[in-house]
Design a protein around this ligand. Structure first.
Ligand code: PCD
Ligand SMILES: [Cu+]
Length: 799
């Protein structure tokens, strides 16, 4: 039973909660019947097909490209190279991190899988055949795939396209107070330091990336159906980059088969499909295959972190510092909206109370695919949570203290909120100890420890891992973030039609989160219109208000607030209309869900549906009240929301084979009130599976020549139901004080919080072998290596 299920919510005639509650997802009717409409389902008359030629080398000079044989293949309509794009000024495009990225390579290729040429043909088979007829004269160059070697004096310079660039350095950035932190470390009784790698992983959404571009030669209007999590932001970027007039660009993001951050950046393929359509005058479809998606699109993590923690002998944490070497690949294509190059990484101070913290981040180019945030990371909070939760466990081991006890000793206390962290974030609300106690009770923590002791005595290796995380989601206040200068506000339009049915238009875009259901529930909760009577419209820039899109779990914190406020605005207007109809003063009216009525005379009232008809009908409207029952708002978030949670994982490890079995997983999340508890649980289930995947099997590895060793699902392993236990979920509810309905985001929470719980559990299990840390992925081979005292391998395909 969740807290919200206890609250009585009136049900509509169709049995749906008129407000928050467990409503089946509206969108599932079409998804379960296979009737979703994805980019690859778009069919237009005369449509042509594009395919991309990709580099087999991680680093090579291009001495020439001969496209004549490909052009001569019957059915081929155009072959576009970097040289062609150069004439249009489109060979390079800006990234969302103020770097540049090649659309199609001109001078050099800089990672394996980089885009080199684009063929447009009558069928996708002809297009792919034509790729083989393109002759590229490559001169292979030495590659650097290891970030630790990228700054060596003899490392090949990857970005020699940049004037005067003589090394692979991108930026240095720091946060926190170095002097105070160094002083705390100098005086500390106990200091623990560990090198912690968060290896390169990939979001691997079920649907790969693609687009259909149609530049209408007569009207000059570009319609782009594309796999984007941020249709409005993409439209503006196309207008700024390609110089197309913005009113002539329509970006449509239809059903999206998972995004996980992978669909935030603008990829060369999108631009190529647009150019293909301009060149041929026909619609052009381009759709990646799986290997292309894994090899060339936004990866995640690749953070080498040296983490140190200082504490008293009793376990009171005093300071934490982190040194990061960040691998950004060949172009800094990090798609994150913060003003900080390392995103929200400086939230690494975690959920604990101590005064001093400092981090510095050095970022480098390598001959690997660009990207760096994606995969439910909340913009590097995943790395930050992993760093702090792993080092806290290392400290517990050093102090020989129970890791739950150590956390309880240091958690922030409820009276400290709003709490400003040593690196400047203002956590909005929390009752951390309560959440941790709920998780420990659900787990039966003390019994688990007793069971572990018994098993150890018998030579069985069971482990218990805890992770307590705090996230900052809901990008965001303008002082912290923007995308290429665009502020992070979201619009929302609500129209109640004469018969009392409504349409709500959002600027965020669902990739599977269930917005068509939850946003109808938000409006239902405020207005009393049944959710099945409210259509949610999203994903089409011509038909929705401007806003920055879906990532960083921002839809509920930002657009969700806009939806609640627009409904309240309609409710206020409805009051004026009801007062006119009831011939009383607006102040004499009282609201109950779905209806304004006269105070003290509850029989006299008007339902929201009656008011809608009045607003459009013959009723004489009062002075200053416009007809119709519509409203519009733009919501500027005053702060992020800070969801948090406590996760406990129980594993059994076979020391002979290194095999890890996740036996139990307890997850207690606090995201404030849950609009739809069933959807939230689904979000958490997905994220927990992600966490098991990253902790135990996912890895995009490279060999010394920069060959990608994780380019298929044979090598890039994803977790299945087989690896996942029956999730045990709990909740606490601490509303956000600044959000109109108190809700915090939750979409990324479980992915952010769970890897540390799994790794902590595995290390706890094998700690009797003297292991204090081992890097992910903890595959059987890596666990076995750790037990033997050998370093884990992250430089070869998962073995
Ligand atoms: N309190 C609360 C919160 C929330 N909710 C719900 O839940 C969901 C989610 O939300 P959010 O948190 O706000 O978030 P969004 O914005 O919507 O979304 C986003 C996220 O989401 C997640 N999840 C998911 N799911 C799916 N199915 N798919 C996908 O793709 C995905 N992705 C992932 C990611 S990664 Mo990034 O992009 O990396 O930044 S970010 C992200 C939605 O429906 C909502 O409404 C509720 O109910 N309640
Ligand atoms: Cu992310």
């Amino acid at each position: 039973m969740t807290a919200l299920e206890d609250a009585p919510v009136p049900l509509s005639a169709a049995g749906n909660p008129i407000g928050f509650g467990r409503m089946h997802r509206k969108e599932d009717v079409r998804f379960l019947r296979g009737e979703g409409n994805y980019v690859d389902d778009v069919q237009l008359p005369g449509m042509l097909y594009g395919a991309i030629l990709r580099s087999p080398y991680a680093h090579a000079r291009i001495n020439g490209i001969d496209t004549s044989a490909a052009e001569a293949l019957p059915g081929v309509k155009a072959v576009i190279t970097g040289a062609v794009l150069e004439t249009l000024g489109l060979a390079w495009m800006p990234t969302l991190s103020y770097d540049t990225q090649a659309v199609l390579a001109t001078d050099k290729v800089r990672f394996q899988g980089q885009e080199v040429a684009f063929v447009v043909a009558e069928s996708k088979y002809i297009a792919r055949d034509a790729l083989e007829l393109i002759d590229v004269d490559y001169e292979p160059l030495p590659a650097v795939a290891d970030a630790k070697k990228a700054l060596d004096a003899d490392a090949p310079v990857i970005r020699d396209d940049k004037e005067g660039k003589t090394d692979n350095h991108i930026y240095d950035w720091e946060a926190g107070n170095k002097e105070e932190t160094d002083a705390a470390f100098a005086n500390a009784e106990v200091v623990v330091t560990e090198d912690i790698l968060y290896p390169r992983v990939h979001p691997a959404p079920m649907e790969t990336c693609g687009s259909v571009a149609h530049m209408d030669p007569t009207t000059g209007k570009l319609k782009l159906w594309t796999t984007t999590q941020a249709p409005h932001a993409h439209r503006t970027v196309y207008a700024l980059v390609a110089g197309l007039p913005e009113q002539n660009i329509q970006v449509i993001s239809p059903d999206i088969g998972g995004g996980f951050g992978n669909k935030v950046p603008i990829y060369p393929g999108y631009v190529c499909s647009i150019v293909g359509s301009i060149v041929t005058g026909k619609p052009v479809k381009w759709m990646e295959d799986r290997a292309e998606n894994l090899m060339s699109t936004g990866f995640a993590r690749d953070y080498h972190m040296k983490v140190s923690i200082a504490s008293t002998r009793e376990g009171k944490i005093q300071a934490v510092k982190v040194d990061v070497l960040a691998d950004h690949g060949a172009f800094n294509g990090v798609a994150q909206p913060t003003k900080y190059p390392a995103g929200f990484f400086h939230i690494f101070t975690g959920s604990y109370d101590y005064p001093a913290a400092y981090c510095n981040v050095t970022a480098v180019y390598t001959n690997k695919a660009p990207g760096g945030v994606a995969y439910a990371c909340s913009f590097r909070i995943t790395e930050a949570v992993y760093a702090i939760e792993r080092i806290v466990d290392c400290l517990a081991a050093e102090l020989k203290m129970d890791s739950a006890e150590l956390r309880l000793k240091n958690l922030l206390r409820p009276e400290q909120f709003p709490y400003t962290t040593p690196t400047g974030w203002e956590y909005d609300s929390g009752d951390y100890e309560k959440t941790m106690r709920v998780a420990m009770d659900m787990a039966g923590y003390d019994q688990l420890r007793a069971e572990q002791a018994e098993k150890r005595a018998r030579g069985e290796y069971m482990g218990i891992g805890i992770s307590f995380f705090t996230e900052g989601v809901g990008a965001g206040p303008r002082k912290h973030m923007d995308i290429l200068g665009l502020g992070m506000a979201d619009g929302c339009d609500l129209r109640v039609h004469p018969t009392g049915k409504a349409q709500v238009r959002l600027s965020v875009q669902s990739q599977g989160q269930g917005h068509e259901t939850t946003f109808a529930q938000i409006v239902a909760h405020e207005l009393g219109i049944p959710p099945e009577d409210i259509e949610v419209i999203h994903g089409d820039t011509d038909n929705t208000p401007f806003g920055l899109g879906t990532y960083g779990s921002r839809s509920t914190p930002v657009s969700g607030a806009a939806a609640a406020l627009v409904a309240r605005k309609v409710r206020d207007k409805a009051r004026l209309i009801a007062a006119a109809a009831l011939e009383c003063a607006p102040d004499d009216l009282e609201w109950e869900l779905g209806r304004w009525y006269v105070k003290g005379d509850p029989e006299r009232g008007r339902t929201i549906q009656e008011i809608a008809m009045d607003a459009h009908g013959a009723l004489e409207l009062p002075e200053g009240v416009e007809g119709h029952l519509d409203a519009q708002v733009v919501y500027n978030p005053p702060n992020l929301t800070y969801p948090y949670g406590c996760y406990i994982c129980v594993v059994d490890v076979d020391p002979g084979t290194g095999q890890v079995k996740v036996r139990r997983f307890i997850a207690v999340d606090d995201c404030g009130p849950r609009i739809n508890p069933m959807i939230v649980e689904g979000q958490v289930h997905g994220g927990l599976a992600d966490g098991i995947g990253m902790a135990l099997m996912e890895l995009i590895a490279f060999d010394d020549d920069g060959n990608n060793l994780g380019g298929s699902f044979m090598d890039y392993l994803l977790p299945t139901a087989m690896e996942c236990p029956d999730w045990e979920l709990g909740e606490t509810v601490t509303p956000s004080p600044h959000h109109p309905i108190g809700a915090k985001g939750v979409g990324e929470s479980a992915t952010v919080g769970s890897p540390a719980a799994v790794v902590n559990a595995v290390i706890d299990a094998i700690s009797p072998f003297g292991v204090r840390h081992a890097d992910m992925p903890l595959t059987p081979a890596n666990v076995w290596r750790a037990i033997q005292g050998s370093p884990v391998r992250t430089d070869m395909a998962v073995d």
